[in-house]
Design a protein. Sequence first.
Lengths: 273, 294, 429
Amino acid sequence: MMIRESDWGHYLEVAAAWLLAFIWAAPLLYATWAAFHPMDFVSRFDLLSPLTLDNFQSAWNVAPFARYFLNTFMLVCMTLTGQIVLCTLAAYAFARFEFPGKETAFILVLVQIMIMPDVLIVQNYLTTSKLGLVDTILGIGLPYIGSAFGIFLLRQAFKQVPRELEDAARVEGAGWFSILLKVYVPLARPTYLAYGLVSVSYHWNNFLWPVIITNSTHTRPLTVGLSIFGAPESGVNFSVISAGTLLAVSPLLLAFLLFQRQFVQSFMRSGIK
Amino acid sequence: MRLSHKTSRWVYAWLLLLPASVLMVTFTHYPIVGGIFSSFFSTPRQGRPSRFVGLDNYAYMANDPVFWQVLKNNFVYAFGTIPVSVCLALLMAVWVNGKLPGRAVVRTAYFTPTILPMIAVANIWLFFYTPQIGILDNICGLFGIHSHSWLGDPSTALGCLMVLAIWKDAGFFMIFFLAALQGISPELEEAALIEGAGRWYFFRRVTLPLLMPTTLFVLVNSTINSFKLVDHIFILTKGGPDNASSLLLYYIYEVAFGFWDTAYASTLTVVLLLILGALAVTQFKYIEKRVHYQ
Amino acid sequence: MKHGVIKALIWLALAVCVLGGTAVQAEVELNMYYPVAVGGPITKVIDDMIAEFEKANPDIKVKAVYAGNYDDTRVKALAALKASQPVQLSVLFSIDVFELMDQDVLVPFDEVATSPEDKQWLSGFYPALMENSKAKGKIWGVPFQRSTIVMYHNKDAFKEAGLDPSKPPATWEEMVTMSQKLVKKDAAGNVTRWGVQIPSTGYAYWMFQALCIQNGQVLMDQDGKKTNLDHVDVVGALQFWRDLAVKHKVMPEGTVDWGTLRQKFLEGATAIMWHTTGNLTAVRDGAKFDFGVSMLPASKRRGSPTGGGNFYIFKKTTPAERTAALKFIKFMTASELSARWSIATGYVATSQAAYDTATLKKYVAGFPAAAVARDQFPYSVAEFSVHENARVKKLLDDAIQSALTGGKPPKDALTGAQQQAERVLKDYR
């Protein structure tokens, strides 16, 4: 009797878990359905309805997606490179150097973890404009390159490196820079991977700042392009919007599906402070 | 010699910090201070240069019904989405952590919304919500519910945004709970079950307390998120109808770049900073406490 | 300021070098933004027209950037100008004229179009379309993608409801009574087809202005310094709009989305819609039923505001760029191209000369709906345009939406909007 009852509970739970999974997957599945069928079948789920690739073709023709991809790609690469270099240096200073003002400096870094450049759009726009960086890819990425989050994560990772390794390297005559490169960076590899994945997905998806700072096709990242392309004013029908949306998310989605474990672990690692 | 070695370490350290700190100061600390500063000045317009106006912008804000509306919306939005998505996240984590057939697929389904751009998913959800021809109305039609202008009705527009936010965030929070659950040794549960404790009892008395730090972390982060992520508003409602679905940051965007009233936008930003600051203090207090207990 | 001067000098020096280097055939590059607010492959049409211009004028390059709807485009153009990026001209809302003047970014056409031939070209546009272009005695904008609101009706639905498909409603009362017959419900009582829908997102103030004109009020003064949003007839117009949903039950409650309404009309979800004539070609291409287009119905009178976008030339331009920009604008608005633009989109052709071309004459003969918006000119009024237009327009939009969604009674909503508009506009008097 007891067993049967708990069995029932178990089945119920499994069903609920699956139902929730279905609901969570539904929007994406639905967009896929819409993208591969003519507009007439968008809200008619007939398994025999004809498949088509026309929607992708018209999406590709309506908006310069190739250019948007390139822009996003350049943005993400530039931002990540900058972040890694700058955060490594700063994190090293925080992890292994004693200097006056360290406490204050670290608190100032922590401020940015709470108040990110995302909310400071008004002043940052004025600054970027003074620097002459409006409508440049550098202008989109620059506010994020000095990343408190990156400094914080790498500092934690560097601190866990045993002092003895550093001392051994020093005995062999290595300077601080080669110690950083040969001892610390390799040992912090998982943190770099985690931070990299989080940063790439963040900037691939970021919208508010890019929409403010970009003015032309030559700089618009995918998200901004997608928002203009998908605006109902443009009168593009839903099948084509779905196709465009899938195009825009596919690289990241594919990467995620292939390297799911790394993604999930990276997000986990970067969240636990 | 010793001293000079020490000084040179200082110089090194500051040189290492320099590039990152220049950028951080330029794009975080300077704008915070600059924003507060410019909230006491008027917006320069043609023939009327910027001048000191004291608290005029704040007085304008206090009399601006839209400001109060978006502030209220933002709190409704935060308190409506966060508890639901955190509970769902916990539920998801427990399921995915247990013996579930097809666990990997279920976990993928839960987590996928997290890595998609808000703009892209808003495009999809827009069509769900479209009256008459949208999916939601079609589904409701099956149950005999009348067609409804989901995004066009002030009583449902914000709710529509909230549902989307819950859908997007729950999977993200799930992984933090999952990490915490994986840290709890399975022997502990086995032992408890042998002792005759029910699963629910064990969950309530052992698992849940162990998850408290994670829960708090997730709570603070989701609150911050609810004040800084407004992408979906651009696609779904543009803040309408009648500001019913506008949030503080979206209103700042509108004032700054729609009306080019940078002074007033800075004033609104100060409020946003105060809110985020309060959250920051909460989190630091909490971190202190945890350090204290350990 | 100093910085700007130095920058300008450097550019000037560079420009002189380049000009000197390449001798006579200097290439001018023009950058412009333009909006799209209607369906159909508009960006493609514009690209093709530009390609044609470049072919005819190899010394001028035009880079046109599609920047979203009208509001987005104004934001982008102003942002670019403020950041000193090269943008010499744009297609922006005709009603942004005061705001653009206040930002001091425009050069009036009177200073650019100076030859007798230019002047003749300027005088060739329909006067109705020039009303939003004139301020302080000068011409600031040239009509391009212009429209009036027209009424589309589904003739099949009319037949089905026992109405004469060739006689769309001519008055508010007729619109109500006909719409009541046009509403269709399924067995469960759900409405499957509404009688009429007037969009109330995106450009709510515009639709509302049409109702107000029909009810005898224009909403603002000529100088864009005063509004009369709390006038009794204005309140009456909003009450009527609200009543369509609540009292007469011929329109869905809540707001009606501007962007998706065309699709709803095409799917038969509404029998009548009010929309811009700019959507005409998209409706024609998408309709699987016979449809008609007519002028908006009358209350005290007929009427519609004009609408849409004008060409503007910006102040921060070299003489060579201004000349090139003018050449380009003249090309884009010349009768033959204007005619083709009208056919491709549904926007009105901006001059009588365009309607006199063989191309457009033939088109209108075969498809009379194409001339309805133009024929409405005698009843039309300038579109709502005041100082700080974006802000005041939003106040009005919010008031309309709050009344339509039942948040506030029309009178309260409009009185509140009027008070706030006063607060903004009093600085300009």
